[in-house]
Design a protein around this ligand. Structure first.
Ligand code: OEZ
Length: 121
């Protein structure tokens, strides 16, 4: 809950610092490593209202901006969905995003990760 003092969150932060590289390895061509710019993707910033990428997620972990695993998962899903919104289905980016979303969610919902999901107290 929001009343939980910050220092009690290191367990979550440590978990996210372990999970992020696991997800990044699923993007070997690093299409999701950095923010997409309008120069490489014309009109991107006017089509995608909430951009997200792995470097931003890493910064948010370091800044302790994730209160729950679900918030981290939501950013991951947002990042993949952005790519499936901007890019046509027949592009390398759309296909990479679809595969990343599928394999990444399998990691994030794996049994061994679930104990770290705080139960609703
Ligand atoms: C950080 O984003 C990128 C970094 C590098 C590359 C890249 O190496 N593209 C080469 C593969 C054919 C050119 C592509 C992207 C890229 C990601 C994306 C996403 C994620 O939509 N994208 C969309 C349109 C054009 N380029 C991209």
């Amino acid at each position: 809950t929001s009343l939980r003092p910050r220092q009690e969150r290191p367990a979550l932060q440590k978990l996210l610092e372990l999970l992020l590289p696991n997800l990044e390895r699923k993007d070997p061509r690093q299409f999701f490593a950095w923010p997409v710019t309008d120069s490489i993707a014309p009109g991107y910033s006017s089509i995608i209202t909430k951009p997200m990428d792995f470097s931003t997620m890493k910064q948010k972990i370091e800044d302790n901006q994730y209160r729950t695993l679900q918030e981290f998962t939501d950013d991951f899903v947002l990042m993949c969905n952005n790519a499936m919104t901007y890019n046509q289905p027949d592009t390398v980016y759309y296909k990479a995003a679809k595969r990343l979303l599928h394999t990444g969610l399998r990691t994030l919902t794996a049994e061994k990760v679930r104990p770290y999901v705080p139960t609703i107290s």
